[in-house]
Design a protein around this ligand. Structure first.
Ligand SMILES: [Zn+2]
Length: 124
């Protein structure tokens, strides 16, 4: 219940306020200190775009976070529709924090800093 309230409050804030122009959202410390993009850079802008129904803008801001959130949403819906089945959201969470999931995020963070096409498409 507490988690649902926190997710709902965050979604309302992200819908109402644009992270690209609002100072209420924190900026990325890695980007501020080094100029490099981390795997999470653009996630808040991506969620703002998703909440406004703009999938292309969300993918442009952070493709990895957008795909992860969409998959988590599908898994959440699956678990709600079929509570007796094996939980997809828990399985997906374990996969995301596995060595392969962390390696994928690190690789995404590395390639989005390569300043040539097509990698520059991953820059928010
Ligand atoms: Zn970052």
């Amino acid at each position: 219940m507490m988690q649902s309230s926190a997710v709902a409050a965050t979604a309302v804030a992200l819908y109402a306020l644009d992270p690209a122009t609002s100072a209420i959202f924190p900026s990325c410390p890695l980007r501020a200190w080094t100029g490099w993009l981390c795997p999470g850079c653009g996630t808040l802008r991506a969620m703002h775009a998703l909440l406004h129904g703009s999938l292309p803008a969300a993918l442009q801001a952070n493709a990895l976070a957008t795909v992860a959130v969409l998959c988590a949403g599908v898994a959440w819906l699956h678990d709600r529709a079929r509570p007796a089945a094996s939980p997809w959201l828990l399985s997906m969470s374990h996969a995301g924090f596995s060595a392969a999931g962390v390696a994928l995020a690190l690789a995404f963070g590395a390639v989005r800093n390569i300043p040539t096409t097509p990698f520059s498409w991953l820059t928010p």
